[in-house]
Design a protein around this ligand. Structure first.
Ligand SMILES: Nc1nc2c(ncn2[C@@H]2O[C@H](COP(=O)(O)OP(=O)(O)OP(=O)(O)O)[C@@H](O)[C@H]2O)c(=O)[nH]1
Ligand SMILES: [Mg+2]
Length: 362
């Protein structure tokens, strides 16, 4: 089951209460206050896990609560820390606060942790309140409640390359030929109903990911067909590969198809159709294909790779053309992230002068 959006309630554990207690022991008169502190409540944490493909975890469990902290006890015993509640989410999960509509996190790094509801602090025991004027305080404080809120999570597939095309263009057949993913292929539209990500592995161990995205139809940007449900999965692909049916099956014209695909992407999000892209001219084994290819070559400045995905003819060329594009975009992305990090880090404090460096006063 593929789920790419969900609404959940998260609640951190409450802190344990502090304890008011006095040491009572034989031969120890006036033993003094010995109430321990309450433990910290556990937090609800979203953890990005590479193996996770969708938000299905969040669909079947709507409430996520972390354990509360233990209460403090006598003999200066502190309460135990509440266990965290870790929720595994896929790469590309974005999290919003439902009430404020604020984007809380955009989780793109595998292994990344994000606390969505922090646990409450534990209360203080009476031994904390001893002072010179009050040697036997009875005051202790209760633990603080944990954070709680409703969240909206949306998963947007993150892949190096996204395959974009009309239904039946042969996207699933192509991803099967070039990667380790094997989605269903069939001669009817909308065979693919959710994105599939495959890994392309080279002999020198270089690898990149490709996403097979469900077929796009006119009006998709207005939510026609599968609409936004899959357009958002194109957003996070660094390189686009437009897959065209060169045989003109169903009376289609590949040049028109390409124009419409770009228009749909642009209407959904400005600039999306300008992403670095290549054109995969598929079904070259069909009759009309050669003529259409000539027309396409005359009209398009982008790299065009003619293939026949079904018989795996020339599909190696597709990954060969994609590789330098992916490498370049990864470098650009790394550079962008570095600049972003640098902008966030506060400027270094002025150097501290040691005695020997201190300017001599007259
Ligand atoms: N003749 C020919 N047929 C092909 C080729 N590649 C794919 N097909 C056929 O085209 C049909 C559709 O292929 P799919 O890979 O399922 O198409 P898709 O783009 O994933 O379609 P959706 O999932 O519906 O969007 C299948 O019947 C394939 O056998 C090709 O190179 N030549
Ligand atoms: Mg498909």
């Amino acid at each position: 089951m593929f789920v790419d959006q969900a609404k959940v309630f998260v609640q951190g554990g409450a802190g344990g209460d502090g304890c008011a207690s006095f040491r009572r022991e034989r031969f120890v008169p006036k033993g003094g206050p010995d109430g321990g502190d309450g433990g910290l409540g556990g937090s609800v944490i979203f953890r990005v896990t590479e193996g996770e493909q969708s938000l299905v975890n969040l669909r079947f469990q709507q409430h996520w609560r972390a354990e509360r902290g233990g209460h403090g006890k006598g003999k200066d015993q502190h309460g135990h820390r509440g266990a965290d509640c870790v929720v595994e989410v896929p790469v590309g999960t974005m999290v919003w606060d439902v009430e404020t509509d604020e984007l809380l996190a955009d989780l793109t790094e595998p292994g990344q942790d994000f606390v969505v509801a922090a646990g409450g602090r534990g209360g203080r025991g009476n031994s904390r309140y001893v002072s010179s004027t009050n040697r036997a305080p009875t005051k202790c404080t209760p633990g603080k409640p944990g954070e709680e809120r409703w969240l909206r999570a949306v998963m947007k597939t993150v892949a190096d390359v996204g395959l974009v095309g009309y239904p039946n263009a042969g996207k699933s057949t192509l991803i099967t030929a070039i990667s380790d993913a094997h989605p269903k292929t069939a001669p009817y539209p909308f065979t693919t109903l959710h994105p599939n990500v495959g890994v392309v592995l080279f002999d020198d161990f270089f690898r990149f990911t490709v996403a097979d995205i469900p077929g796009l139809i006119d009006g998709a940007h207005e939510n026609v067909g599968l609409g936004h449900a899959f357009l958002r999965h194109i957003e996070r692909c660094h390189v686009l590969a437009f897959v065209l049916d060169m045989g003109g099956v169903d009376g289609r014209d590949p040049l028109e198809d390409l124009k419409h695909l770009r228009a749909e992407l642009e209407m959904y999000q400005e600039g999306l159709s300008d992403r670095p892209s290549i054109i995969v001219a598929n079904k070259m084994d069909l009759e009309e294909a050669a003529t259409n290819l000539e027309r396409l070559r005359a009209a398009e400045p982008y790299p065009i790779v003619p293939v026949s995905a079904e018989i795996e003819e020339n599909t190696v060329e597709v990954v060969r053309v994609l590789r330098p594009l992916v490498t370049e975009l990864r470098q650009r992305e790394a550079e962008r992230k570095r600049l972003e990090r640098e902008a966030k880090t506060p400027p270094a404090p002025p150097p501290v002068l040691t005695d020997s460096e201190e300017p001599e006063s007259e």
